[in-house]
Design a protein around this ligand. Structure first.
Ligand code: ADQ
Length: 748
């Protein structure tokens, strides 16, 4: 019986509109006219079954352009749209050339695969990239229906999400990157990097092949655009963009089904007969410098030199159809590979044995399946690869057999295929040794490894992948909609005053800097404005009411300014320590705090002070803060991004967090946050009127912890979890003044 895919196919009542550079069919001009051929490549392999099952629409470029006036071509394409849900975008030849061979494949492709020396950039290529993305936008808009889920694929279309968002703001847009995302240091090399990131951030969901790629993206967004992110989302232009690692899978049943076919069994038998007792090593790639083909051939040569016993015993079948030959680097690669194949066959071959069988054409799926089944070793050794589906396809065809997968640790697949023999393709000697080990591996061990791999390929298949993507996308879009309706609105003063008046017990949380007082250049200069103390005094002495000043400032400072106000609770350092006005004692929110951490963090901050004139470090009891309010603003913000990125690495897996404040970066204990103060006070003083006012990110912890009926007020115009908004500290003081009067007037 055939193994069934464990995951049910994707079912979506909303139409899925797939947008990718290539359609699953490519047009070719032949002497008999236009012909349609199946496109190759990982994207098509993975998406085709998805679309077949959901009946969605696929928009893309049909390959060879030109001949737009050509009636047979137009008819053929109209047929595709009518009968196969494939909508072809016409892109003039010149534009297609500049877009595809320019920015897409000579700038993005090499850099994203971490080959900066192969990067070429010319502004015309960029203009073509922008123009092509606009044409894709127009093609989508022409066909978009309400409720559609638009799923954009890959590096050719990184501007499309934002272009669509601008034209049709309510659209649900997801983006999947099939290739790796480079490390932030390399990403910074990219010409037009800001535009590219902003283009992507138009999506509701951006998904990557691995967690590593996602982390690179987060770090790049921080460094280049200065946007903070959480593990699963980024806040951009007042919206949350969800980010996810969703490794792509294959549709294993389409391989196992073929394996059972008579024709495939016959070609498998033919292969075995042809190669007799020879052990088949198989490599399947597009001829691309990222795939590590010369490295593999050199490792193979090395092995043959070292182990004469293998002569006549093994054969390497390398399938590598050429691609992107208009780019010089690819033509060079072709020459290099040809030479190497010739050299190896010349050096070791005999009239009865050709060590490398080189196939320079795409092979059909049934042929490929027979080869996968016949191969004792599948040798997948890219220098860098988003995922690499060949590794998974081989495993799918090895059910019950005991093949060996040799897999580059630089393929995304390595993150989930730990039972393969992982190799570093740059170390040819060790790679040759790993191959030898694979050839000698006992059958029992092979079966064990292959069994585990097979189970995983079956579980994490293309259906599971697309289902997760679509589900995440729907959730992300729903979150965007609800956030829109929940953006803070102007405070309804009368309503608030009424609720305040009629409440029995009240609990008020007030932030200080940016909320009660405007910012000053140095923290000590932001002294309490005229009249503030007396208003706070009036409010905090009301018996049915508790007022808590929750600030990031150190306790001596709060004590000096507000210690004398009767009844006022003070929480210093974001709530690390709290002062009860009755006892005048400060108590830490947590009993123990780790020691010694400042000595590790201080030198990092000092280094930034040295680089940034006008910045300084403030030391508090539970935190260290780098302030840069007086620096040149752009430079300061840029360095703050750098510092946050550096600290994020340094502090991972510690109790410490680096948090961005207003023109400051603060390192503090994770538990020292204002939300904890809310919990503590609510337990102490249950109230029917609760209000919190704050302006920066640390105050979001207040808003988050309070229940949705509390009066949460954000000062300013940033995105916030608060329900309401006030303009500035003066307005806040005005409100407090009115509350003080209301309390008196109502006589409670
Ligand atoms: P690709 O660079 O196209 O995909 P890959 O994942 O290896 O790379 O997919 C290749 C696909 O094409 C496989 O389905 C394979 O069977 C087929 N194929 C390759 N050579 C062939 C040949 N000579 N004849 C016939 N078929 C051939 C991009 C990223 C990858 C990522 C995929 C999917 O570069 O890292 O895995 O998208 O997300």
């Amino acid at each position: 019986m055939l193994p069934k895919s464990e995951s049910p196919p994707l079912v979506s009542e909303r139409r899925i509109v797939v947008v990718s550079n290539r359609l699953p069919l490519t047009l070719r001009r032949t002497e008999q006219g236009w012909r349609a051929e199946a496109s190759t490549g990982g994207l098509v392999s993975a998406m085709r079954p998805v679309l077949e099952q959901t009946g969605g629409l696929w928009i893309g470029w049909p390959g060879e352009s030109g001949g737009q006036a050509d009636a047979p071509r137009r008819e053929l394409l109209a047929g595709w749209e009518r009968d196969q849900q494939l909508a072809a975008i016409e892109i003039p030849d010149e534009l297609a050339r500049k877009f595809y061979y320019g920015y897409a494949n000579q700038t993005l492709w090499p850099l994203f695969h971490e080959f900066p020396s192969r990067l070429r950039f010319d502004p015309e290529g960029w203009d073509a990239y922008v123009e092509a993305n606009r044409r894709f936008r127009d093609a989508v808009l022409e066909r978009l229906r309400p409720g559609d889920l638009v799923w954009v694929h890959d590096y050719h279309l990184m501007l499309l999400p934002q272009l669509l968002r601008e034209a049709a703001p309510d659209t649900t847009i997801g983006f999947f990157l099939h290739i790796p995302f480079p490390s932030p240091n390399l990403f910074r090399v990219l010409p037009r990097r800001e535009e590219l990131l902003r283009g992507l951030l138009g999506a509701d969901l951006i998904a990557f092949q691995t967690h590593g790629h996602l982390q690179h993206f987060r770090a790049s967004v921080l460094r280049v655009l200065g946007l903070d992110s959480r593990m699963d989302r980024i806040q951009a232009s007042g919206r949350f963009v969800r980010i996810e690692a969703l490794p792509i899978g294959i549709a294993p049943e389409s391989f196992t089904r073929l394996l059972a076919k008579k024709a495939v069994r016959k070609s498998l038998a033919d292969l075995r007969k042809r190669f007799k007792a020879r052990r088949i090593l198989l490599a399947v790639d597009r001829l691309d410098y990222t795939k590590g083909i010369p490295e593999r051939l050199r490792a193979f040569r090395r092995l043959l030199r070292k182990s004469p016993a293998l002569h006549g015993q093994v054969v390497l079948i390398q399938i590598a159809p050429p691609s992107r030959e208009r780019i010089e680097g690819y033509r060079e690669l072709r020459r290099e590979v040809n030479e190497l194949v010739g050299e190896i066959n010349g050096e070791f071959g005999t009239p009865h044995w050709t060590p490398v069988v080189f196939i320079r054409r795409g092979v059909s799926r049934p042929e490929l399946v027979a080869l996968y089944a016949a191969a004792e070793v599948c040798w997948v050794s890219p220098l860098r690869d988003g995922m690499n589906l060949v590794a998974k396809e081989y495993v799918a065809c090895q059910r019950g057999e005991a093949g060996v997968l040799l897999l580059s640790e630089f393929a995304g697949a390595a993150a989930e295929m730990g039972e393969a023999l992982l190799v570093n393709p740059y170390d040819e000697e060790r790679m040759a040794a790993a191959l030898e080990r694979g050839l000698e591996m006992p059958a029992e061990e092979r079966r064990e490894r292959m069994g585990a791999l097979f189970g995983r390929v079956l579980r994490n298949d293309a259906h599971a992948w697309s289902r997760r993507f679509v589900q995440e996308l729907r959730e992300a879009a729903a979150a965007r909609l609800s956030a829109l309706s929940e953006a803070p609105r102007a405070l309804p003063w009368e309503e608030l005053l009424e609720a305040y008046r009629s409440a029995k017990r009240r609990l008020l949380f007030l932030d200080y800097d940016g909320t009660l007082a405007a910012f000053a250049n140095r923290p000590l200069e932001a002294t309490p404005p005229e009249g503030l103390r007396s208003v706070l005094g009036q409010l905090s002495t009301r018996p049915e009411q508790r007022v808590v000043l929750v600030s990031g400032r150190p306790r001596p400072q709060l004590e000096t300014w507000f210690g004398g106000i009767e009844g006022l609770w003070l929480a210093a350092e974001h709530g690390a320590v709290v002062r009860d006005p009755a006892s005048r004692q400060w108590t830490p929110l947590h009993a123990s705090a780790p020691s010694g951490w400042k000595a590790r963090v201080q030198p990092v901050l000092d280094h930034f002070v040295d680089r940034t004139p006008g910045s300084f470090v403030e030391e508090k009891e539970y935190s260290l803060v780098w302030h840069y309010r007086m620096c040149e603003p752009d430079f300061g913000d840029w360095l703050a991004n750098e510092l946050l990125a550096t600290l994020e690495e340094l502090l991972s897996e510690t109790e410490l967090r680096a948090v961005r404040g207003q023109k400051a970066v603060e390192v503090r204990l994770a538990w020292a946050n204002k939300g904890e103060v809310v919990s503590r006070m609510e337990a102490l003083w249950p109230a029917d009127f609760r209000m919190a006012i704050g302006d920066d990110r640390t105050d979001e912890d207040l808003f988050e912890r309070l229940s949705s009926d509390a009066w949460t007020i954000h000062v300013g115009h940033r995105h916030s979890l608060a329900r309401f908004r006030l303009e500035n500290p003066a307005a806040v003081r005005g409100l407090l003044g009115q509350l003080a009067e209301t309390a008196v007037a109502s006589g409670t």
